[in-house]
Design a protein around this ligand. Structure first.
Ligand code: NAD
Ligand code: UD1
Length: 330
């Protein structure tokens, strides 16, 4: 298939591009580089052996985006492009609503116009809100705690309604749990701007000596050791899930959790990082972070049953590859 990957130079999009090429698909990338670097394109060419066609465009720019559909016969779209920093979304809600919703609306409008029948969307476990885990796709969604989360819930509704009105437009809503790790080459990975908000990139910066100490946000949750429990998933497993999702897309709206089904606490993750990589990560226990929940992990059985996809890599591979990328990444 000819697959348009929006946000294809970003963290998850770049890993997915490699897996798509490995599976003989042709990838066309649209990215405005707001949170990625052009060097990733060369790295992708080295790793995949083929240079994907690249458009440096904003997906909210309808005229420029339409040119891509005029130039290529697009069979499917994987829509990663979006802003994703939760804290920033609270201080800049309009930028988040504009970028994340307008991109989804324009892209789906053009897909319908050009008869593109396969659309895969990057959603998040955040749409479940605070509910008991394991989280299942048929649970009622609860209010999210920030504008970023709202853009995911609203995009899911926009795509669902568009698919209902246009039966040829099949949609897969992929709810990611906590993507971490990097390509095993250490060539591409997660490279956030500024001080990381998420746990794994923070840990790698502390290990490297660029940040002094990790703050563990709370040890008084009702969990195995009192620290927050999440379902960390290796980004390469996540990327493979996208290939399965677009190749096996059924008509209508399909929702899948992409997680491992296993919860890991903050301290378990940090201890695994220190042990596997044989390096110290100093930390302090501090108060809870506002908006955090105690536990969040997936029931991942639907994707296994319907897509034949299951995460294969464990915490040890995640911490190993995250550290390898950080060491390579100057
Ligand atoms: P990322 O920031 O690394 O990648 C997003 C890419 O989209 C970047 O390359 C950025 O330059 C590009 N982009 C943003 N807005 C654009 C626009 N209007 N036009 C063109 N390009 C644009 O993020 P990621 O971690 O790879 O996440 C990909 C998607 O998955 C996002 O939609 C994110 O919200 C979602 N998601 C991520 C996580 C996570 O933990 N990383 C979890 C759940 C969902
Ligand atoms: C957060 C977002 C979620 C988003 C995801 C990926 C919130 C409430 N949720 O998820 O919407 O999809 O990032 O971008 O922000 N932790 C520490 N110290 C740190 C950083 C994190 O102890 O410096 C803890 C957190 O309290 C949590 C766990 O590590 O228990 C994971 O945190 P994080 O990586 O930020 O992901 P989430 O909060 O699960």
């Amino acid at each position: 298939m000819n697959i348009l990957v929006t946000g294809g130079l970003g963290f998850i999009g770049s890993h997915t591009t490699i897996e798509l090429i490995k599976n003989n698909h042709t990838v066309i990338i649209a990215d405005n580089l707001i949170n990625s670097k052009i060097e990733v394109l060369d790295k992708l060419s080295t790793l995949a052996g083929i240079q994907p066609t690249f458009y440096q465009i904003d997906v909210t720019d309808e005229a420029k985006l339409e040119e891509v559909f005029v130039n290529h016969k697009i069979d499917g779209v994987i829509h990663f492009a979006g802003l994703k920093a939760v804290g920033e979304s609270v201080s800049k809600p309009l930028e988040y609503y504009y970028n994340n919703l307008v991109s989804t609306m324009i892209l789906s409008k053009i897909c319908v116009k050009y008869g593109v029948s396969k659309f895969v969307f990057s959603s998040s476990a955040t749409v479940y809100g605070d509910q008991p885990s394991p989280l299942k796709e048929d649970m009622e969604l609860k209010k999210t705690t920030n504008p970023y989360g709202e853009t995911k819930a609203m995009s899911e509704r926009i795509l669902t309604d568009t698919s209902i009105a246009n039966p040829n437009f099949a949609v897969s809503l992929l709810r990611y749990f906590n993507p971490v790790g990097a390509h095993e080459s250490g060539f591409i990975g997660e490279d956030p701007n500024g001080i990381p908000n998420n746990l794994m990139p923070f840990v790698t910066k502390v290990a490297k000596g660029q940040l002094e100490k990790l703050s563990v946000f709370g040890n008084d949750y009702d969990t195995i050791d009192g620290t927050g429990v999440r379902d960390y998933i290796h980004v390469v497993d996540l990327a493979k899930g996208h290939v399965k999702a677009i190749e096996n897309l059924k008509e209508g709206v399909n929702i899948y959790n992409l997680g491992t089904g296993k919860g890991t606490s903050v301290l378990e993750l940090v201890n695994a990082f220190m042990k596997v990589n044989d390096i110290d990560v100093p930390f302090d226990i501090v108060g809870r972070r506002p908006g955090d929940i105690a536990t969040c992990f997936a029931d991942a059985s639907k994707a296994e049953k319907e897509l034949g996809w299951k995460a294969e890599l464990g915490i040890d591979e995640m911490v190993r590859d995250a550290w390898k990328f950080e060491q390579n990444n100057r």
